[in-house]
Each structure stands twice: as structure tokens, then as C-alpha cells.
Design a protein around this ligand. Structure first.
Ligand SMILES: [Cu+2]
Length: 114
């Protein structure tokens, strides 16, 4: 009987440890270039992956708030955004890809003249 109790205690202890490791979700905030609601949709859609619990981009501040697992790096999140046409503080979108965005989304240089 006593050995079963010890077994139970250990099982619970290790389950809690495993759960704690699984549940490592952190909040990150960084700048992502963009203009409009279409950009917002595109930015947030690019982060619809298992590792991301929540992503919200602010059109005014240009800051993205993201709740994500620690198993995914900030760099790979930023890569994903550059790959859909949005510059981040670390990676820039490819020029041709950028030019293929709708006119209202062109946030570089000439965005001020429109
Ligand atoms: Cu846009």
C-alpha cells in the first residue's frame, strides 16, 4: 500500500513538471510595417500557426503583440511576416513581393504622398 502511494506521488509530481514545460508561453512585442486593415489581416493570418496563441497588430502604433510558445523563435515569427510582404525590425520583405501588395498596403517611402 505504501509503495503505491509513493508511486502516485511521483506520477503526480512528474505530470506537473511535464505540464509546466508544455505551458511555456511568452508575450513578445515588436514593430511590423503596414498601413491598413488589409495589412492587419495579412499580418495576423501569417501567424495562425500552432505555436502562436494570440496575435494582434495595432494599425496606429505598428506594434504587434504576440503570445507564443517558447519553442518558436522570434526570428522565425519575423521571417513569416517578411514572407508575406511586411518589414519587421529584423527582416525586410523581398522587393518584388512588396510591390505585389495592394496599393493601400504600400507602406514604404511613397506611402506619405498618397
Ligand atoms: Cu494594407
Amino acid at each position: 500500500m505504501k509503495s503505491i502511494n509513493i508511486f502516485l506521488v511521483f506520477t503526480i509530481f512528474f505530470s506537473v513538471l511535464l505540464f509546466a514545460q508544455d505551458a511555456k508561453v511568452i508575450e513578445s512585442k515588436f514593430k511590423v510595417s503596414g498601413n491598413c486593415d488589409m495589412c492587419k489581416t495579412r499580418i495576423e493570418k501569417a501567424l495562425k500557426i500552432d505555436e502562436v496563441k494570440y496575435a494582434s497588430w495595432n494599425k496606429t502604433s505598428k506594434f504587434l503583440k504576440v503570445l507564443h510558445d517558447t519553442t518558436i523563435s522570434l526570428d522565425s515569427l519575423k521571417h513569416r511576416l517578411a514572407n508575406v510582404g511586411h518589414d519587421t525590425d529584423k527582416f525586410k520583405a523581398d522587393n518584388d513581393l512588396y510591390k505585389s501588395l495592394p496599393k493601400c498596403c504600400l507602406y514604404r517611402d511613397n506611402s506619405k504622398t498618397h
